[in-house]
Ligand binder design. Structure first.
Ligand code: FMN
Length: 208
């Protein structure tokens, strides 16, 4: 069992990236991992834009990150890179906040021209934060994300296997990391959501 932090880097209220991240969280929870979720959208803009690492919400994220064995970072591609909101958050984390953690980078984007945004834009930032074990990531074209009746998304069959294999790789890397004994995520596959409010739902992660 690992303690994990899932980070949604989309500022959108109808984020497809966040919906993909929820699929990953469900999978990780089903494997018995304890997953916390933070979305940049829930964080106070003044703290992000004013670079205030001491704001309680930002400090809470830093604590969750410090406690995590692994981190899933999911971002939309904006202007050929990760989102500015994600960068604002990462800028406020301690310098080597990702040292010793397994990191899974994910992106959604609107054009295959930017399929390498994870490698050229995000990976150098992760490396600068001390990440020494960044597993293979995945870029999902947004037209391969199909809306579902419950408000989520379904990944197109044409890439589903490849995406699942990337998540499998993350799970395998976690298994080979020194395991920590932690309580598991509830069996309904929800994640504990940090920072803003407490909400419990079987359809979406809970917030703390
Ligand atoms: C401001 C903005 C800039 C974008 N720039 C790019 C881009 O440079 N390359 C790309 O592939 N997609 C780009 N997109 C498309 C988004 O990456 C894509 O629709 C993504 O799935 C949106 O994720 P979200 O719903 O989580 O925000 C852009 C979208 C927005 C809103």
């Amino acid at each position: 069992m690992s303690t994990l932090l899932a980070v949604s880097g989309s500022p959108s209220g109808t984020s497809r990236t966040a919906k993909v991240l929820h699929l990953v969280i469900r999978r990780l929870a089903a494997e018995g991992h304890r997953v916390r979720l933070v979305s940049v959208r829930d964080l106070p803009p003044a703290a992000l834009l004013g670079s205030d690492p001491d704001h309680p919400a930002i400090a809470a994220v830093a604590r969750c990150l410090a406690a995590a064995d692994g981190v899933v970072i999911a971002t939309p591609v904006y202007k050929a890179a990760y989102s500015g909101a994600l960068k604002a958050l990462l800028d406020l984390m301690p310098q080597r906040a990702l040292a010793g953690k397994v990191v899974l980078p994910l992106a959604t984007g609107g054009t295959l021209a930017h399929v390498l945004a994870l490698d050229y834009a995000l990976r150098p930032v992760l490396a600068a934060m001390g990440a020494d074990h960044v597993v293979n990531g995945y870029f999902l074209h947004d037209r391969l994300l199909h809306d579902t009746d419950d408000g989520g998304v379904r990944i197109d069959e044409s890439v589903r296997l490849a995406f699942d294999q990337v998540v499998d790789g993350f799970i395998t890397a976690l298994r080979h990391r020194t395991p920590s004994v932690q309580p598991t995520t509830p069996a309904n596959g929800t994640a504990q959501r940090v920072v803003v409010e407490v909400r419990t739902s079987t359809a979406s992660p809970t917030r703390m």
